[in-house]
Design a binder for this molecule. Structure first.
Ligand SMILES: Cc1ncc(COP(=O)(O)O)c(C=O)c1O
Length: 372
């Protein structure tokens, strides 16, 4: 990926931690049986998912509102393909998870942007600009990131309700990617879009997965929830008839184990991530004052502001790779608003994070010393 082997990989959004042993043991037990034939998803999986969503987020669901999807990005792509036509406009809020744009443009639709507002310390949603843009550009769909990657914001219920009101009035469907919703930090609660108000329940499509939560993206066990029966009827039929919603054995086995037995593992993991984040914030404030970390409310991804160094993006990324020997996501992957930023994954042992920060400090000192 990065053209050299001597780098610490702190970019892709998965964890360096061994998964909850119950997940591995559950899969292992199944493999003791030597026949791996066609698979039927048990009702106990859906009960475990419904219990999880109710217990962790207060979201009440019924079985018919939920379906399996083989990945959240694929789920977004199904929504784009089923509900929109070539040339239609779809709204996103950059800087945002880059596959949103790829799915829209790759399927011949057009991106409309409502960039987040940045005050130098934190981001917010520009609701006034959203209302104007929806009115002017007439998008047919919005892809919401809730919580928002790469910034790590959980949108509050007033913001979500405002989005829902603007979009419902204009007939815009809202696809809400909530894959980071289980990773709330410091006791904060996740607010599912479809649970924020009546408007959101009418127009919302919620996508989620245990993949980030339990570090099992390789098992690919995502899901979709649509409350409005008119919205889901033909769509769920289309997913089923094309077998897009037909679950795979390992996906369901692993996910059910995770939702049933993984809670303690998750809570311990989140406490570790919280302490890594505090460590990184303190280290950077004390040792690399030119660099600023945007404090996240969720997940293990830090949005790091390197603009104080005055480097162009290429020089910044070259410095991180060739001098600091760490592989981060280039901020501009998430949109032009990411110029001067990079995304750092702190889902790793403290020693790896400490080394990476130390390497960044030395690299910054070297570029500052030679006048950039
Ligand atoms: C916001 C967001 N959505 C989706 C994904 C990927 O989900 P999946 O692997 O299920 O397609 C990621 C992974 O980083 C993500 O951050």
């Amino acid at each position: 990926m990065f053209g050299r082997h001597d780098v610490s990989p702190l970019w892709v959004a998965d964890l360096d931690f061994a998964v909850c042993p119950d997940i591995v043991n559950g899969l292992r037990r199944r493999l003791d049986h030597p026949i791996l034939g066609y698979y039927a998803c048990p009702e106990s999986y859906w009960d475990a998912l419904a219990d999880w969503l109710s217990r962790r987020h207060g979201l009440k669901t019924r079985r018919e509102e939920m379906t399996f999807i083989p990945g959240v990005v694929k789920g977004i792509a199904y929504c784009v393909n089923f509900f929109t036509q070539k040339g239609d406009k779809i709204l996103i809020q950059p800087p945002v998870y880059y596959p949103f744009r790829m799915v829209i443009e790759g399927n011949g639709r057009q991106v409309v942007e409502n960039p987040l507002k940045f005050d130098g310390n934190s981001y917010s949603m520009d609701l006034e600009h959203l209302a104007e843009t929806v009115e002017r550009e007439r998008p047919v769909m919005m892809i919401l990131c809730n919580p928002h990657n790469p910034i790590g914001i959980q949108w509050d219920s007033e913001t979500l309700a405002a989005v829902a009101a603007i979009c419902r009035k204009a007939g815009v469907k809202v696809v809400s990617d909530e894959i980071h919703g289980d990773l709330m930090l410091n006791g904060r609660r996740h607010i599912p879009f479809i649970d924020s108000c009546d408007d959101a329940r009418e127009i919302g499509i919620m996508l989620g997965a245990p993949s980030k939560t339990f570090n099992i993206p390789g098992l690919v066990s995502s899901w979709m929830i649509i409350k409005n029966p008119q919205l889901r009827g033909e769509f769920f039929d289309w997913l089923a008839v094309n077998e897009f919603s037909l679950p795979m054995m390992a996906s369901i086995l692993g996910a059910e184990q995770a939702y049933t037995h993984g809670e303690q593992w998750l809570d311990e993991m989140l406490r570790y991530i919280e302490s890594n984040i505090e460590f990184a914030l303190e280290y950077v404030a004390d040792n690399i004052p030119e660099v600023k970390i945007i404090r996240p409310q969720t997940s293990f991804l830090l949005w790091v502001d390197f603009r104080g160094l005055g480097l162009c993006q290429k020089a910044l990324m070259d410095m991180l790779l060739d001098k600091a020997h760490i592989a981060l996501n280039d901020g501009t992957m998430f949109g032009v608003q990411g110029e001067g930023f990079a995304r750092l994954n702190v889902g790793c042992p403290r020693s790896v994070l400490a080394d990476a920060l130390d390497h960044i400090r030395k690299a910054v000192e070297s570029v500052c010393d030679c006048g950039k």
